[in-house]
Design a binder for this molecule. Structure first.
Ligand code: F3S
Length: 393
């Protein structure tokens, strides 16, 4: 990989030990994957934030770093609501470690906003063809597919290295020739709402790490595409997908590709099987907000909960910024007894680990909750989640 004189100096340690370590990570990745150079990025999102997932070794690694990020950088969800961690029964020792982690990131100039939907944040705009270095799998998928920006699947250290250097190696999804679809998926029936999470759960298993091109009968909203991509990144390793006539590259006449030679089709009965999959234990907790809820999703939940009281734990995850901007909406939702939780989620927090079965409306949560939290999971639409929480089913 070609390095400029300035970058070579950084690699020799001329800009300090932290930047030497950081450029070493990027050069190693660039050499493995055949990058030609380091290219500037517009923003970074660093994963590996929850104390549940990185532990003491991760905390120590971050704490040793010095310097300031060169581009706007935010964080993936942490292991708890940073302002209100007692409410979900987080252990004080866990909380102390989590606070240390966030403070260590803060010392590097990172904005301590912990969300997997950074694209909703003010001032964190991403445009078509922008290069970014994001670390959370659903955010990566959204950036690449829905926004048409360009990011590889960054790990915590490589996203942090990119943030501190303001650059990333030019390989993988940063290059247009690696963004062409190679797996066609046909869906010959109408899809809406949580159908997209179930569809993504099935499609991810079929596609693996390929780049699917969907031929859909319905036109999904951005929130529906968010659910589709999140699920495919969890049940498979899909970091970029296209939807015919919908996603930005499919509308770009300069984006040339051949019809994929591999293909599959998904049938309605496969989606229904996910909705109807039985559990031998009843749901004792309901969660929505994987990925973090948008304003439209919060408004829908408010409407569905109006005049009702929950009889089971019902947790709704969103970003703190959105919650702060919509205090009345959050308070209306919480009148039902549901809890709106910020900075974290059902998967990266240990808060739900003692429950037995979680109802979710997210294909990603459905894929991860059993393995990462040790609970069973059942799947339902947002309407079903509310009915379950309020005892209507
Ligand atoms: Fe976000 Fe947690 Fe789901 S990080 S995408 S809410 S598993």
């Amino acid at each position: 990989m070609h390095l400029t004189k300035e970058e070579e100096k950084t690699l020799r340690g001329g800009d300090g030990e932290t930047l030497r370590k950081m450029i070493e990570i990027l050069v190693a990745l660039g050499d493995i994957y055949g990058a030609d150079a380091l290219i500037p990025i517009k923003s970074s999102q660093v994963s590996g934030v929850s104390y549940k997932t990185i532990g003491d070794a991760g905390l120590e690694w971050i704490s040793d770093l010095k310097g300031t990020v060169k581009v706007p950088t935010v964080l993936n969800p942490a292991g708890m609501d940073m302002n209100n961690w007692e409410r979900l029964g987080i252990d004080p020792e866990f909380a102390a470690k989590q606070i240390e982690i966030i403070n260590a990131f803060g010392r590097l100039g990172i904005d301590p906003k912990c969300t997997c939907t950074p694209y909703y944040l003010n001032g964190f705009d991403v445009q078509y063809k922008d290069h970014v270095a994001w670390g959370e799998s659903s955010a990566i998928s959204y950036a690449n597919s829905v926004l048409g920006a360009r990011t590889n699947r960054e790990g915590g250290p490589s996203a942090l290295a990119a943030a501190l250097l303001g650059k990333t190696p030019n390989y993988g999804y940063h290059r247009v020739e690696n963004r062409r679809p190679n797996f066609e998926i046909k869906v010959d029936f109408e899809t809406r709402g949580s159908d997209y999470g179930a569809l993504g759960y099935i499609a991810g298993k079929l596609a693996g790490s390929n780049i699917p091109l969907f031929k859909l009968k319905s036109v999904p909203t951005r929130d529906e595409m968010k659910m589709l991509g999140a699920a495919m990144a969890a049940s498979g390793a899909v970091a970029l997908y296209h939807i015919e006539n919908v996603t930005p590259e499919m509308k770009d006449k300069e984006f040339v590709y051949e019809k994929p030679s591999e293909s599959a089709s998904i049938e309605r009965k496969e989606i229904d099987a996910i909705y109807n999959a039985p559990s031998d234990v009843p749901n004792d907790i309901i969660t929505v907000g994987c990925p973090h809820c948008s304003l439209e999703e919060l408004q829908k939940i408010k409407t569905l909960l109006e005049g009702k009281t929950v009889i089971k734990e019902f947790w709704i995850f969103t970003s703190r910024e959105l919650a702060n901007q919509n205090k009345e909406l959050i308070s209306d939702i919480e009148k039902s007894g549901a809890k709106v939780v910020c900075d974290t989620c059902m998967v990266v927090s240990p808060a739900a680990d003692h429950f037995k079965c979680m109802r979710v409306n997210s294909g990603k949560a459905y894929a991860y909750v059993p393995g990462m939290c040790g609970l069973k999971a059942t799947y339902g639409s947002i309407e079903t989640c509310v009915k379950d929480a309020t005892g209507e089913i």
